[in-house]
Design a protein around this ligand. Structure first.
Ligand code: ZN
Length: 287
């Protein structure tokens, strides 16, 4: 009897020590160069005064025990190193307005290289939405599992007319075509990426029809919400509604949901195009 008890407690101790260490994840915040300077009212028409802004183009690299994840791939590599190059790939008007300032070294493959990885090391590529500054280099990841909301794939191929259907408009046909034959996990709603609750995707429609955001539980920092274009910048959190929406109502509901997640879970909101936040926290790992 006593022996069995001892064995049981030994087994219990073993089980505890063999349990996986609580999701030791690390998150890197990179930028595919910058956009601007331009007037904030060009993006946020509800903002009351003109103000010049220069903003990051956020991409995320997440180390998880089950594999490397990238979230968005920035502007296409062809847009690097000057407006002349930009105008060969994007519509000239978009280059003139957005003023991308992206060097070859800012592109996702070089960001990965800087961190000691190759594009082939990325097991999962999550794309928030199929706009030019988020889905630009999906084609660099033929071996990854691509995780996108199914509605967003439809919209990428056939945007609403008011969102523009030019092949080199805000949904760049060549970006999406380069990745058409890859492996997709096509979502219709929320998804727990590794089944351990540490990386969750959730729909945040409005900016586009199938936009999604990511929630990550970091061991030290706690829960962070990577909004991507569900919330561009602080001004949107302050209540100034963004322009360029598929649906303003859906956009507003998504912003409210993110704020409530923040308050209920004690999560931190990390935004896609917020210059101040990126200056404080960008270009480095977070634990
Ligand atoms: Zn966008």
């Amino acid at each position: 009897m006593k022996k069995t008890g001892l064995l049981a407690s030994l087994m219990a101790a073993l089980c505890i020590s063999m349990a996986p260490a609580a999701q030791s994840q690390e998150l890197y915040w990179a930028s595919s160069g910058t956009f601007g300077p331009f007037n904030i009212q060009g993006l946020i028409p509800t903002f009351p005064e003109a103000k010049q802004i220069t903003i990051p183009v956020s991409m995320w690299i997440l180390k998880h025990p089950k594999g490397l994840v990238a979230f968005d791939t920035g502007n296409n590599v062809a847009v690097s190193d000057g407006l002349d190059n930009c105008k060969k790939y994007w519509a000239a008007g978009l280059c003139d307005f957005l003023h991308p300032n992206q060097t070859r070294n800012d592109v996702i493959d070089m960001q990965l290289k800087k961190l000691g990885y190759k594009t082939e090391d990325v097991k999962v590529l999550v794309t928030s939405h199929t706009h030019l500054d988020h889905a630009g280099n999906m084609g660099m990841f033929p071996k990854a599992i691509h995780v996108v909301q199914k509605k967003e794939l439809y919209q990428g191929w056939w945007p609403e007319k008011f969102q523009g259907r030019a092949p080199n408009g805000t949904f760049v046909m060549a970006d999406i075509a380069a990745a058409r034959e890859f492996n997709y996990l096509e979502l219709d709603g929320e998804y727990d990426l590794f089944g351990d609750g540490s990386v969750k995707l959730f729909p945040t429609p409005g900016h586009t029809i199938g936009h999604q955001s990511m929630k990550v539980k970091l061991p030290k920092m706690g829960t962070v919400i990577l909004t991507q274009d569900a919330v561009w910048m602080q001004e949107n959190l302050d209540g100034y509604v963004a322009g360029l929406n598929f649906s303003v109502q859906a956009y507003s509901e998504s912003v409210n949901r993110i704020k409530m997640m923040r308050d209920l879970e004690g999560a931190q909101i990390l935004m896609s195009h917020d210059a101040n936040q990126f200056a404080k926290m960008g270009d480095r790992w977070h634990k």
